[in-house]
Design a protein around this ligand. Sequence first.
Ligand code: SF4
Length: 152
Amino acid sequence: MQPPDVNAAEKKQIEAKGFSDFLDRCDETEIMWIRRKKDGGCFFLTEKNLCAIYDVRPSICRLEPFTIKDYDYLKNRVELELDFPFVCGCEGVNDGETLPVEVIGKAAQMIVRKILVLTAKDLRLPVTDKRVASETRARILRRGIDMANLSV
Ligand code: SF4
C-alpha cells in the first residue's frame, strides 16, 4: 500500500511528536506523501506492525476500515462504506479500539476537503465554486466504480 498523504495541519501534528524528514518530495500534484522505508512499508510502521504516530495518524488512516462512497455537496453529507478487510495493507491503522463516530466523520470530511482543494486547483476555480463540488463528487463516484471493478 502507498503510504498516505498528509496536509499541512497533519504534517505539523506529526512534527510536534518529534519526527522529521518523513515526507517524499512532492510530485506534480504537490501532494505531500509519507515516504516508504527500504522494505516498502510506511515510514511510521514499527517492527511490531504498529503505527508510531497512531494518535496523530493522517485522516486516510483514521478512516479505515471505511471508504468514501458518495459526497452529497448540496446537503454537505459524506456517505461511507465498510471496506473488505483485505483492502487495507497497513497493520498499524487500528489498534483494536472502536473509533468514535465523530473521529471517523471528521476524517471523512478532511479527505473530501483534500479532494475539493485538488479539484479546484485542476479546474482553476475557487474551492467554493459549485462546479468544483460537482466534479469532486464525480471523482469520488468514479473511484467507487473503479474499486468495484477491481473486486470482481
Ligand atoms: S496507520 Fe499505517 S499507513 Fe498510516 S501512518 Fe501509521 S503506519 Fe503509516
